[in-house]
Design a protein around this ligand. Structure first.
Ligand code: SAM
Length: 317
């Protein structure tokens, strides 16, 4: 079993991301959450490199009460160097606990290395439980800063930031295959999908934006096709893509525009070009009710006072 320490900025997206990846990489037998800890009973290939919205993951050794911690530690076998790290999730942890638990392992023959241990024994304390396990994954937060959109040759102010873009690509639940963003703008989704090794296809209504997106892909040393086209009438065959992820232009819900048929027609097109059983992740600032596909998740993320992104994960049945 694996427990993830979810990122605090949007636990709903974090949970949906892990469950979507678990489905893509193997078989999810069950899961539960406790504060910001998500534990999955999972059989399959490891997918830590894909995760965006979790800070860490541990291979779970035991779940226990605080009073049982010292007993649990006397069962742990460590070879070589080790380090114990304890964090309270939503509560303060006793600062001596790490030392006390470390001393138990020390007596059993291991030696302490705080910088680069062979085994990092990790404890998460929630109000109800202690999760004891071995650290398997720590998020590389620098990657998202290194890929900041304003460092790319082509920039637009509406870009989706890399961490969210990566998570939204993951919500498609695609491990390998073809990903399409039919309103690609600067290419935030395509860049994240390309870095995951997926085959990327982009399209935008405006020639200069499609060109700018291609420049950004070249800048990131990614191969991908980007063309000019209208999401309401796409130049792709039926059932072509394993996943679609796209961000609609931000309109005011009340304003009549020449794009008023955009949602209705594009959603039917998205359904047409998506393979059966596959997912489309739709981002918009408008609350949508009716979809021509099954709704797997309805999520949201507040950007600022007047902009909340609605995220719909749809499945073609
Ligand atoms: C919100 S932006 C996408 C931003 C993108 N996710 C990024 O991070 O750069 C929406 C994009 O949809 C494009 N667009 C608007 N109407 C379209 C249509 N009918 N067909 C294709 N693209 C369209 C716009 O040109 C714009 O680039």
């Amino acid at each position: 079993m694996i427990s993830f320490l979810l990122s605090g900025d949007n636990p709903e997206i974090a949970i949906a991301e892990i469950l979507s990846l678990a489905e893509a990489y193997g078989r999810l037998k069950g899961y539960w959450t406790d504060e910001r800890i998500l534990t999955i009973d999972f059989e399959g290939e490891e997918f830590f490199h894909r995760v965006a919205f979790s800070h860490e993951a541990i291979e779970l050794h035991r779940i226990c009460k605080t009073s049982e911690l010292e007993n649990v530690f006397s069962d742990i076998k460590v070879n070589g160097s080790f380090c114990v790290r304890v964090s309270g999730i939503g509560l303060k942890s006793d600062s001596n606990l790490e030392k006390r638990l470390g001393a138990i392992l020390l007596k059993k023959g291991g030696h302490v290395d705080l910088q680069n241990p062979d085994t990092l024994v990790r404890v998460y304390l929630t109000k109800k439980n202690c999760y004891v396990g071995f650290l398997k994954f720590k998020q590389d937060k620098k990657q998202f800063l290194q890929r900041r959109p304003d460092k790319r040759p082509f920039f637009m102010p509406v870009v989706i930031l890399p961490k969210l873009a990566k998570a939204l690509v993951n919500l498609t639940s695609v491990k390998n295959g073809k990903i399409l963003d039919p309103m690609c703008g600067t290419g935030s989704f395509l860049i994240e999908a390309g870095l995951m090794g997926l085959e990327i296809y982009g399209m935008d209504y405006y020639e200069d934006i499609a060109k700018g997106c291609k420049e950004n892909l070249n800048f990131m040393k990614l191969n991908g096709e980007v063309l000019r086209g209208d999401v309401r009438d796409m130049p792709f065959k039926d059932n072509s893509f394993d996943g679609i992820v796209t961000d609609y232009p931000y309109f005011r819900a009340t304003r009549k525009s020449r794009n008023e048929d955009l949602y209705e027609r594009s959603l039917l097109e998205i359904k047409r070009v998506l393979k059966k059983g596959c997912r489309a992740v739709i981002v918009t600032n408008i609350e949508l009710k009716d979809f021509p596909m099954e709704v797997v998740y309805r999520l949201s993320q507040r950007v600022h006072g007047s902009l909340t992104r609605r995220i719909y994960v749809l499945r073609k049945t």
